[in-house]
Design a protein around this ligand. Structure first.
Ligand code: HEM
Ligand SMILES: *[C@@H]1O[C@H](CO)[C@@H](O)[C@H](O)[C@H]1NC(C)=O
Ligand SMILES: *[C@@H]1O[C@H](CO)[C@@H](O)[C@H](O)[C@H]1NC(C)=O
Ligand SMILES: *[C@@H]1O[C@H](CO)[C@@H](O)[C@H](O)[C@H]1NC(C)=O
Ligand SMILES: *[C@@H]1O[C@H](CO)[C@@H](O)[C@H](O)[C@H]1NC(C)=O
Ligand SMILES: *[C@@H]1O[C@H](CO)[C@@H](O)[C@H](O)[C@H]1NC(C)=O
Length: 595
């Protein structure tokens, strides 16, 4: 055995050596990323390539020459920077627009332009850099927007940069580690941060055991598997099988998720947490943080609340039909809240965003979605996390907070919502803002991107209609850090994807830079609107049990999610209280009149 292994190693070494002595002109030509404007690079013979420019609007060897119509559009189309500028200024103008049909027109345009950047059906994955049936049909893979860098390229990033990439630990320690907490200038709070984490972990579930690039989340989108579980088996463990409801327990008179004793599903907890203290929910990692379990509790209460409402209108319905219909109502509520509360806050737009599937009924749109590796990498927003967690009057550091199963029921949902709504979250972009406790996660992202051969940051800029940065100064907008980055990467075209997103100069008063928005928004909106409930066949009252259920979807909000499921309505928001908007530090809201 050993002998054969050794022999094979020798063969590999020999292959490697002979490879590095190849003449430069036998380099895989696709390593140069020659094809522009989404042209597809195909290798022919040894050193020849062709760019397939079909339907790109460009032609020529590298798809660089615009067709006439493209030239006109190119000339007329303002840059993303320009759009962003307009959308985040002139409030009076947008208030006027809001009251007119132009709001719908612009919203439709936003959805169309963003979604069109995401190929649907999906194309590549981490094992297949070309269109293939396996990549299409094997949904255990995350998809890829850009194919992996070929294995035989001269440098790790293709042809640019150094033979060896800088150590991932070094990058994280030098550029990403927090020295002093930098608050998000947009005023995001922990309520926002935990929503981000809770919401995205229904479709970001990297399947470590299958190797990187695989997911356990076969629903590839807003399927609410973080509430109901990935598998039918897990769902059944979590269900009460009465009136469509989920299992629960009552603590201090309030509803919480059941324990794993009552709902025996696999949950990840440290060994010292007894089974009686382990909450059982759809996502196995949600024991990690009280903020995640707080959201799990809210959605559990919401599910059982909606079941009661549906049951009243449909006394003949089976447990199964009540459960299934309620699940669709909650999917609708989630999408509504994500677009109109979460994305609205994150975008900083004065355009009032609108969740209305009918906006897309007249245009070509595919009701399907596949989660991409790049989206997963991009969403590692760990800089959001503060130095410590302030709950009512107590301060919890990471060791007191992480996996602390007492906090949720000790304080109750109201107190947690209010505390998280009042505490500032960190700024995501601009660097130097990841708490030391979370640095290893960022190292993991960078190491994963190397294993998966994720293309350079600039290639993604171009793929999403942004101009490639010409220099590191251009990229960070300053001198010191850019010099340092240049010395370790060697070439701006060799800068990696995740460091690129986190270190790019941030937009004025913004939580991150242009690339995070322009690359993230298309994935996000495609994932939300690509849900089957948004399709013409599904988007009608009967799908949600009638007008009542349909209205619950159409009027959902973060505030209602909280306040219809607690006894005392606390201050609840995705941004810290803003005195200029009349928001005080004290909760004054009473249920339910104001909702
Ligand atoms: C104290 C808070 C947090 C801790 C302790 C934490 C810890 C972790 C850990 C240990 C991983 C797995 C890393 C790996 O497998 O290599 C992870 C993954 C991830 N985290 Fe966090 N995280 C926190 C907050 C957040 C927040 C606020 C977000 C915001 C969106 C976030 C987004 C993600 C994403 C997208 C992944 C990838 C998940 C996957 O692919 O399975 N995390 N985090
Ligand atoms: C196409 O791209 C390659 C690689 O970047 C470059 O060497 C070549 O000059 C380009 N050809 C044309 C016609 O632009
Ligand atoms: C925008 O219009 C909607 C109705 O179309 C209204 O409910 C909302 O209050 C308006 N918002 C602003 C900020 O004017
Ligand atoms: C998907 O691909 C992986 C890796 O090749 C393989 O192990 C798995 O069985 C495939 N899944 C299906 C459903 O074919
Ligand atoms: C967290 O706080 C506790 C006291 O509550 C202290 O014993 C512990 O050392 C702190 N841990 C860290 C990592 O600072
Ligand atoms: C967990 O939180 C409770 C408050 O709910 C606190 O009394 C306890 O010390 C915390 N546990 C740890 C290990 O820090």
């Amino acid at each position: 055995m050993n002998g054969i292994g050794g022999y094979l190693t020798l063969l590999f070494l020999a292959a490697n050596i002979s490879f590095s002595f190849q003449t430069p002109n036998t380099v895989n030509p696709c390593c140069f990323f020659p094809c522009q404007h989404q042209g597809v690079c195909v290798r022919f013979e040894l050193e020849r390539y062709e760019c397939d420019c079909t339907r790109t609007g460009y032609y020529g060897t590298n798809c660089t020459i615009p067709e006439l119509w493209t030239r006109v559009l190119e000339y007329l189309r303002p840059s993303p920077g320009f759009y962003h500028y307009i959308l985040t200024r002139y409030k009076w103008f947008w208030d006027l627009i809001n009251a007119t049909f132009i709001r719908d027109t612009i919203m439709r345009l936003v959805l169309k332009v963003r979604s069109n950047l995401i190929p649907s059906p999906p194309t590549y994955n981490s094992a297949y850099g070309y269109i293939s049936w396996e990549a299409y049909s094997n949904v255990s893979y995350y998809t890829r927007i850009l194919p992996p860098i070929a294995d035989d390229c001269p440098t790790p990033m293709g042809t640019k940069g150094k033979i060896e990439l800088p150590d991932a630990n070094f990058i994280v320690e030098t550029f990403l580690k927090r020295e002093r907490f930098i608050p998000d200038p947009q005023g995001s709070n922990l309520m926002f941060a935990f929503f981000a984490q809770h919401f995205t972990h229904q479709f970001f579930k990297t399947y470590g055991r299958m190797g990187r690039g695989f997911t356990k989340g076969l629903g590839h989108g807003v399927d609410l598997s973080h509430i109901y579980g990935d598998t039918l088996e897990r769902q059944h463990m979590l269900r009460l099988f009465k009136d469509g409801k989920m299992k629960y327990q009552i603590i201090n008179g309030d509803m919480y998720p059941p324990t794993v004793v009552e709902a025996p599903v696999h949950m990840i907890y440290p060994d010292n947490v007894p089974k009686e203290k382990q909450y059982a929910v759809g996502q196995e990692v949600f024991g990690l943080l009280p903020g995640l379990m707080m959201y799990a509790t809210l959605w559990l209460r919401e599910h059982n609340r909606v079941c009661d409402i549906l049951k009243k209108e449909h006394p003949t319905w089976s447990d199964e039909q009540l459960f299934q219909t309620t699940r669709l109502v909650l999917i609708g509520e989630t999408i509504k809240i994500v677009i109109e509360d979460y994305v609205q806050h994150l975008s900083g737009y004065y355009l009032k965003l609108k969740f209305d599937p009918e906006l897309l009924f007249g245009v070509q749109f595919q009701y399907r979605n596949r989660i991409a590796v790049e989206f997963n990498q991009l969403y590692h927003w760990h800089p959001l996390m503060p130095d410590s967690f302030q709950i009512v009057k107590e301060n919890y550091n990471y060791s007191n907070f992480v996996y602390n199963t007492s906090i949720l029921a000790d304080y109750g949902v109201e107190a947690l919502v209010e505390s998280f709504s009042k505490q500032k979250a960190g700024k995501i972009g601009g660097g130097a803002n990841i708490h030391p406790h979370l640095l290893k996660v960022a190292v993991g992202v960078i190491e994963e991107s190397r294993k998966l051969r994720v293309q350079p940051f600039n290639e993604y800029r171009k793929r999403f209609n942004l101009k490639a940065y010409k220099s590191f100064q251009d990229f960070t907008g300053e001198e010191t850090i850019s010099k340092h980055l240049e010395s370790i990467y060697g070439d701006i075209d060799a800068l990696e994807f995740y460091p690129g997103l986190l270190l790019e100069k941030t937009l004025p008063k913004s939580i991150f830079g242009e690339s995070m928005i322009e690359i993230g928004a298309p994935f996000s909106l495609k994932g939300l609107m690509g849900n089957p409930i948004c399709s013409p066949e599904y988007w009608k009252p009967s799908t949600f049990g009638g007008e009542t259920g349909f209205n619950i979807v159409k009027t959902a909000s973060l505030k209602k999610l909280v306040c219809l499921n607690v006894k005392q309505c606390p201050f609840v928001s995705f941004h810290v209280p803003d005195p200029e908007n009349g928001e005080t530090q004290f909760s004054t809201i009473k249920i339910p009149d104001e909702l």
